[in-house]
Design a protein around this ligand. Structure first.
Ligand code: 5GP
Length: 187
């Protein structure tokens, strides 16, 4: 394998998606994996861009045929990373990034110990609560479930290779890309 994978994880609502959107915009040479999910598209999301939106049977078939690098249930839906596109990019040395929740990050750690795991932390717990409540597209039950998970996820930061505090989206994106490039050509 020519380059090492970088995985960005952290609590839901910490702004992983926003930081990754900034990476896509400002650093288009970084390839960002497109996950599969059984969750319904949010307004503005396009199949094949933010996610590949699958039904449960299609998702189960991908697990069955061993097509996923990792997969996890999160807040009632399934999420997973198709492995072939990731391996293809790593093989030719393309800087490669996954944005996934913590259970998936642990699976990548186990199956690909050389991967670089980066934890995105909120500036404070209060800020994370505000962001989770303020997204506006989910029910109170979904927000409460996500907060409970996020509390446990904050404790996981010590298991990561690096921590980035998301106090400024573009600065965080820049720091992430620096970390990606540092491991990209070191095999
Ligand atoms: P959302 O539904 O808000 O887009 O994502 C919910 C959570 O699922 C986020 O923490 C996001 O990082 C995570 N996620 C997205 N894609 C994947 C994936 O392929 N695998 C795993 N394990 N988590 C994912």
């Amino acid at each position: 394998m020519r380059s090492r994978l970088t995985v960005l994880s952290g609590p839901s609502g910490v702004g992983k998606g926003t930081v990754v959107a900034a990476v896509r915009r400002l650093y288009p040479h970084v390839w960002v994996s497109v996950s599969c999910t059984t969750r319904a598209p949010r307004p503005g999301e396009t199949d094949g861009v933010e996610y590949r939106f699958l039904d449960r049977a299609e998702f189960a078939a991908m697990i069955e045929s061993n097509e996923l690098l990792e997969h996890a249930a999160f807040a009632g839906n399934l999420y997973g990373t198709p492995s072939a596109p990731v391996y293809q990019r790593l093989e030719i040395g393309v800087p490669t990034l996954l944005e996934i929740e913590l259970q998936g990050a642990r699976q990548v750690r186990a199956s690909m110990p050389q991967a670089q795991l980066v934890f995105l932390a909120p500036p404070s717990w209060e800020e994370l609560e505000r962001r989770l409540a303020g997204r506006g597209s989910e029910s109170a039950e979904v927000i409460a479930a996500r907060l409970a998970i996020a509390q446990g996820e904050m404790d996981a930061r010590n298991d990561f290779d690096a921590v980035i505090v998301n106090d400024d989206v573009e600065r965080a994106a820049q720091e992430l890309v620096r970390l990606i490039e540092r491991v990209c050509h070191t095999g």
